[in-house]
Ligand binder design. Sequence first.
Ligand SMILES: Nc1nc2c(c(=O)[nH]1)N[C@H]1C(S)=C(S)[C@@H](COP(=O)(O)OP(=O)(O)OC[C@H]3O[C@@H](n4cnc5c(=O)[nH]c(N)nc54)[C@H](O)[C@@H]3O)O[C@H]1N2
Ligand SMILES: Nc1nc2c(c(=O)[nH]1)N[C@H]1C(S)=C(S)[C@@H](COP(=O)(O)OP(=O)(O)OC[C@H]3O[C@@H](n4cnc5c(=O)[nH]c(N)nc54)[C@H](O)[C@@H]3O)O[C@H]1N2
Ligand code: SF4
Ligand SMILES: [Mo]
Length: 732
Amino acid sequence: MASNLSRRGFLRGTAAVAAGSAIAGGTLAAGSMVAWGADEGTAAGEVRQAPSLCNGCSSKCGLVGTTVDGKLWTLEGAKNHPYSKGTICGRGHGVAQMAYNDERLTQPLRRKEDGTFEPISWDEANREIAEKVAAIIAESGPEALALIHDPRPSGKYYGPRFLNALGSPNVYTHGAACNASKESGITYTTGASNFSVDFANAKMVVFIGRSYGDAIRPSSVQSLANAADAAKRIVVVDPRLSNSAIFATDWVPIKPGTDIALLLALANVLVADNLYDHDFVENHSVGFDEFAAEIAPCTPEWAEGVCEVPADTIRELAEALAKAAPAAAIEPSWRAAFGCSYANSFDTARAVCAVNALLGSWGQKGGALITSSPKAGDLDKTRFPSVPKPEVKRVGDAEYPLALSGMGSNLAALQAALDGKMRGFFFYNSNAAQGYANPKVWREGLGRADLVVTIDVQMSETALLSHYVLPECTYIERMELPEFIGGKKHYVGMRTPIIERVHPETRSCDEIFCGLAEACGVGQYFDFTLEELAAAQLESVGTSLEEVREAGVVELADPGFEYKVPKFKTESGKFEFANAKVGEAGLNPVIGYVPRMVEAAGDELYLVGGKQGIHSHTMTQNIASMNAISREYNLERLWMAASDAQARGIADGDLVEVASSEATGQVRVRVTERLRPGVLFLPTHYGTTSPYQTRACGFGINLMDFVPFRMEPGTGAAMSQEVAVTVRKVEE
Ligand SMILES: Nc1nc2c(c(=O)[nH]1)N[C@H]1C(S)=C(S)[C@@H](COP(=O)(O)OP(=O)(O)OC[C@H]3O[C@@H](n4cnc5c(=O)[nH]c(N)nc54)[C@H](O)[C@@H]3O)O[C@H]1N2
Ligand SMILES: Nc1nc2c(c(=O)[nH]1)N[C@H]1C(S)=C(S)[C@@H](COP(=O)(O)OP(=O)(O)OC[C@H]3O[C@@H](n4cnc5c(=O)[nH]c(N)nc54)[C@H](O)[C@@H]3O)O[C@H]1N2
Ligand code: SF4
Ligand SMILES: [Mo]
């Protein structure tokens, strides 16, 4: 391993300052540019620029695209976008190549009896889909229809509007496989679904899993680099020495799924040693006495037995946090640690919030900040008529009452398909069947449905399971509705087309849903253009379509952020150490200990997953340049601790068989000292089974194949790391 310093320098060079420019300016992109038909090295033709938002991940960083003679030449991060701040990451560059991908979807497809697909016209597709929708509604009611999407700006509006117009409330995001537990946990303590750490002013920050250095957002990487420069105390709790841990002062290699024990023990020390913020607790919280009683047994010595972090380390961390408070906080994290991973993820998120409460860090300079988000104001109902609210409740909400209204549990919809109750599915910008739960269960569930429609840009696993596949044009080829961005300041950004459509038969989100709505007889709710709606939304927040089109990102009226204890939007109006609704959902109303569900037995190892800087979820693995980088650096390999490898006679690069109750799979091993023994780390971007993605198909394995289909009580989240596996060497 290179020294910390040189790695830090490397990371800063690639991720923070010029993330991806190494790719954009290097040989790979130059090659691609030639492939795209641009004139390498010169920009001799007609040069144009247009603003957009990246589609590489949900950060949707602002960017500016430059074309030469209509072909994409470069992408740069928008300087005034709060996430990109002038920089986009490597994925941001790579994902744009999707537009020119030779394996894109180019026309609507219908699945044949033999499982292959045939091209059909949009009219045929819309008509046949509408007939099936009508049949499902006639037989089972609109509640037998669902939409699962990763809503991008336009999708957020058009998809739910379409489904609600049909009378169905069943709209789900990918949340149950991303951040559902975390956002619910934060909501049921603070009333806000997320928070941020005031990094620039913090003296000490503890990360639970979250890796800015791998799961990249450019501005976050920069803030981490700055914090490291300022010699702040940064503690990374992660079974793996991640690319964030390299910036950290402390690496705490915890046993996966037991972060809750560490957090409750921190709280225990803060309370027992009287190191907590009395003013905050007395004036701004409810349920403290119950919480204090609940965690009285959660001493550092107890926690050591659960999470295998030494009691002394826990005690020292608690004392250091108290000393740095209120300019200290536990960072909110995102996915792998407690976004949707374990039976205790919801309570782990609540415990994070509880520690921040004891530190009196909420709203303080350097602490945990809850900021506001802008949204479009009320629009003229005669031009943009409201869709009547569906009469029935969303499927899953009764069983998983802690799932947030904006998310729902898409796995509850899958369960309903298995039960024969959910009969029609629409997927938009979502590869649920590969990433949200065990793929074999999706195959079974969708196999029972009468209608599956997927709107995508490539032949994903979900598209493969669909009766109809509708091709969207890529994000650099389309205009979308405004995207509102919250924080200390408010912004709005927008996608405008950077290039003309490469394939004339592809359509944009709004065109696709309007076409479907028309065919399904609910076109009256879509009788306006995207431009008209965008203009109305922008006018409602004090700007205009012209201004945003021109500038790409526009700062809105200053929301007047101030450092002070926030007004918690909970029922009590205070921070909630205990919450009755959580009790009504069948969980402990008081924040407390919940064990992980699966314990490794015998020679089993815990399997955890995580991101790599150059890939996004399942969707980038077939992009030629990104696939080439992964192959060159063997990025698909399964990380195994050196001592575990030695005990099994496994050497670096050996082929192994990984087996869980659900699946077996073969992959090569990366033997490393950067991992806690007893744990395996699998990058989560590989293992596509779509034969239409020829570069990626069969390369690496997919975490979700190994995970049993189960849902976290309360939230309906995927419990994507409640799994232990065996590993044995395959003789070659
Ligand atoms: N490169 C890249 N960046 C992305 C994305 C992407 O696809 N690719 N996607 C974006 C999205 S949607 C999300 S949700 C975020 C995810 O953001 P993160 O949650 O930060 O990313 P992950 O890589 O899932 O997990 C981070 C770390 O958690 C560790 N970990 C795993 N299990 C445990 C555990 O039980 N306890 C603890 N303490 N640590 C654990 C892993 O080893 C890993 O280093 O990334 C965003 N940014
Ligand atoms: N195996 C695996 N599973 C995961 C994850 C993982 O990293 N690996 N990450 C988890 C997390 S944190 C999250 S947030 C979710 C993310 O889950 P998703 O949001 O579903 O992300 P992807 O799996 O990348 O699938 C996105 C799909 O959208 C398609 N797509 C890309 N661009 C466009 C477009 O412009 N229009 C349309 N209509 N479609 C487009 C892609 O081709 C792909 O099929 O997955 C979760 N599950
Ligand atoms: S973090 Fe990277 S991939 Fe995600 S939106 Fe920003 S530039 Fe795109
Ligand atoms: Mo995510």
